[in-house]
Design a protein around this ligand. Structure first.
Ligand SMILES: [Mn+2]
Length: 318
């Protein structure tokens, strides 16, 4: 942390990257860090390959560029909420040109970056940004507190993913609320204003949910044809996860989504502490956290991926 603070103090310009398919924690970390550094008189540029489909981040798209040209640039690259250059969606060679700071809470990923602050036990990356701010002897503005709270709320499922080890997350939440963030406002920014068509996609996903391995694994899917009828931005898979995870006997929930004709995205969730979905996803070329992970399968379709998951988890769940 001291070396990161030193590097920040020594430089004026920062290029801040997150991961592809950003979520509230990624965008909250990137934008929160940028706004904080700007308070210190620094110049920040934000990069993201999107997509900005999630309700929680849609409003922030305008702050991000999707092209990064390292030529004639001077400064520091900061990667948040992911640890490897490939997860950013940008060229490693471009980012490598600069001194690189990594601030992350994911456990998977190769060692990359000159200065790394990686704490897998942190519930959200924005908690680490808050730690950085406090370690510098500063305080977040109301705007920064709201952005950091957004990440904390979304990555913890509004605190319901937390267990008895969750005290630091509540401590961070108390601080951010003290700095002016309203949990109620953030809740409705994230969960309010849903389109009526969203209900259709939710009901369809529930309708298609099939139970495998004595009901311990449940898989639902969405196809490209679905999105031809109902736009992708109406997707609300988190509500689907919540309902399926609440079902008796279910240990693992998988959502399978045809992203484009040659790519299928898999999301995995569990409530069981003895299951490591990050490891399970890594075996399929993906990664993530113990309780929430995912992967992408190329040149396949939803039906084939469902079968692949049934086979995969029959080995893992025994
Ligand atoms: Mn995160």
């Amino acid at each position: 942390m001291e070396r990161i603070i030193q590097t920040i103090k020594e430089h004026k310009t920062f290029y801040i990257f997150g991961h592809i398919d950003p979520d509230g924690d990624c965008i909250g970390s990137q934008l929160g860090l940028a706004r904080f550094l700007e308070q210190l008189g620094k110049k920040c540029y934000l990069y993201s390959k999107g997509k900005f489909e999630r309700q929680e981040i849609k409003q922030f798209q305008g702050h991000f560029a999707d092209i990064f040209d390292p030529a004639d640039k001077d400064g520091v690259a900061i990667i948040v909420d992911c640890s490897t250059p490939d997860r950013t969606g940008f060229e490693k060679e471009g980012i490598d040109k600069f001194p690189t700071i990594v601030i992350d809470h994911h456990s998977s990923g190769d060692i990359f970056g000159d200065f790394r602050y990686v704490k897998p036990q942190a519930s959200a990356c924005t908690m680490l940004i808050l730690e950085l701010i406090e370690a510098m002897g500063e305080k977040p503005s109301k705007e920064v507190a709201e952005l950091l709270m957004l990440g904390l709320c979304t990555d913890t499922g509004f605190f319901k993913h937390l267990t008895e080890t969750g005290a630091p997350a509540f401590e961070a939440a108390a601080k951010l609320t003290g700095y002016g963030a309203s949990p109620n406002k953030i809740y409705f920014d994230v969960n309010g204003n849903k389109k009526a068509a969203t209900l259709k996609l939710i009901s369809q996903a529930l309708e298609r949910a099939k139970f495998y391995l004595d009901g311990r694994l449940v898989i639902t899917y969405e196809t490209l044809e679905d999105y031809a009828v109902i736009p992708r931005e109406c997707r609300d898979i988190d509500t689907v996860y919540l309902l399926l995870l609440a079902t008796e006997g279910v240990q693992v929930v998988a959502s399978v989504k045809e992203d484009d004709p040659d790519k299928v995205t898999v999301g995995l969730r569990t409530r069981c502490s003895n299951i490591d979905l990050g490891a399970a996803a890594a075996l399929l070329g993906g990664g993530g956290h113990k309780k929430a992970a995912g992967c992408k399968i190329m040149n396949s379709n939803a039906k084939a991926v469902v079968q692949l998951l049934v086979d995969h988890f029959s080995k893992i769940l025994g």
